[in-house]
Design a binder for this molecule. Structure first.
Ligand code: PMP
Length: 404
């Protein structure tokens, strides 16, 4: 299936949904980092799984079929990250995977007495890390959004053989890719365990556990075209993962509760599709780069593209526009039919100031005016043109009214 056909399918699905609810049609969806549209093939596989009954722990045939489906998905997820399928534990998403590593494993491991993480992690990592019963030390980032490896080395030297290091693979707001291989190598040199929250990286860039030597990884299905509410923690063989949720013996006694079979099946389909699609990331990055160039040429010195000089995910753009607050831009673009998000976190309906941009040392004026535009498997040149057109109209209106 070509990308264009996938996009048409997605548009049709959205139109049908909007007709049902009588809502305004979403024309252009550019918020893939929040949640990527479900791929049609994934929706089909979930639909098949929902209509089959069977608990993977049952020994009758229906149970055995469900088990086979779960194991097939486990192999696809492992293969996407060059991990070992026996070391994939399905969870309810990356939030649970992060908590399993920090609360389930680090806090209970007698030989770990400090968590070292970065100041730009997602709240699902940062909050359990900073409220854990063991101390947490934060590694700062520079103004282009990458972690300071010298500080990491100093902290590791102070806690030799006793640390769990957790550094995200790529940041959800700026798309900046962290020096994971170097950080993992440093962690191992000082006898630490190395975990990475790869929720935004997996499916967008190659993530190879074997090559980078990462000990544990968190993944989320809905960031790569799967359903919400399913994810995984993947560890290297021999890593002593501990359960966070206790009860039955599912997931090799590492995660109690009947498996979310349809979600897991869809995750497997999304992982297999993402594996073959990573090669297309150059077409996404050229769309993104053309979009940034167009916005920069309209806004000139009013525009800052955050993390531009660092390696970035091919799909993500975090842009500040002098004069226009993030929420105002998001609402104006929404009214023009374009879905983007503010650079800041918004999980409780309230927009909070971005701790990521603040950690990068940006002035308040840039933090308050940042929006995140994130592209994905269904994005076309027309989508980007429409966004640029809507953005330019909004910008010109504000510039003219402030000059009047
Ligand atoms: N980590 C990162 C980097 C994320 O971007 C997200 C989702 N915004 C999460 C973790 C949480 O993932 P989930 O929604 O699967 O719990």
């Amino acid at each position: 299936m070509t990308r264009l056909t996938q996009h048409q399918n997605y548009s049709q699905v959205i139109q049908e949904i909007n007709c049902q609810f009588g809502a305004q049609k979403v024309v252009v969806y550019l918020d893939y980092n929040a949640s990527a549209p479900i791929r049609p093939e994934v929706a089909d596989s979930i639909n098949l799984a929902i209509n089959r009954c069977g608990n993977p722990s049952s020994i009758h045939e229906a149970g055995r079929i469900a088990r086979q489906e779960v194991e097939k998905a486990r192999a696809a997820v492992a293969s996407l990250v060059s991990g070992n399928s026996r070391s994939v534990t399905f969870t309810s998403g990356a939030t649970e995977a992060n908590n399993q590593i920090l609360v389930g494993t680090a806090e209970k491991n007698q030989s770990i007495d400090v968590i070292i993480t970065s100041s730009i992690e997602h709240p699902s990592l940062l909050i359990p890390a900073t409220t854990a019963s063991i101390p947490c030390r934060l590694v700062p980032v520079g103004n282009e959004g990458t972690i300071d490896l010298n500080v990491l080395a100093d902290l590791l030297a102070q806690h030799e053989g006793r640390a769990l290091v957790s550094i995200m693979w790529a940041n959800n707001e700026t798309g900046v890719i962290q020096p994971i291989e170097e950080a993992a190598e440093l962690a191992h040199r000082f006898g630490a365990l190395f975990h990475s929250d790869a929720a935004q990286a997996v499916g967008k860039i190659p993530v190879d556990m074997a090559r980078t030597g990462v000990d544990a990884l968190s993944i989320s299905a809905h960031k790569l075209g799967g359903a919400t509410g399913v994810g995984a923690v993947v560890v290297r063989p021999g890593i002593d993962l501990k359960p966070l949720i206790r009860g039955g013996g599912q997931e090799n006694r590492l995660r109690a509760g009947t498996e979310n079979v349809p979600g897991i099946v869809g995750f497997g389909t999304a992982a297999a599709l993402a594996k073959s699609d990573i090669v297309e990331s150059s077409s996404i990055s050229s769309l993104r780069n053309r979009m940034e160039a167009a916005i920069s040429s309209i806004g000139g010195g009013d525009i800052t593209v955050h993390g531009k000089r660092s390696p970035r995910l091919p799909n993500t753009s975090c842009i500040s526009t002098r004069l226009i607050r993030s929420e105002t831009q998001v609402i104006a673009l929404d009214l023009a039919g374009c879905a983007v998000s503010s650079g800041a976190a918004c999980s409780s309906g309230k927009v909070e100031r971005s701790h990521v941009l603040t950690s990068m040392g940006l002035p308040e004026s840039k933090v308050k005016t940042a929006i995140r535009i994130s592209l994905g498997w269904g994005t076309t040149q027309e989508d980007v043109d429409q966004l640029v057109g809507a953005w330019s109209k909004m910008y010109r209106r504000v510039v003219h009214s402030s000059a009047a």
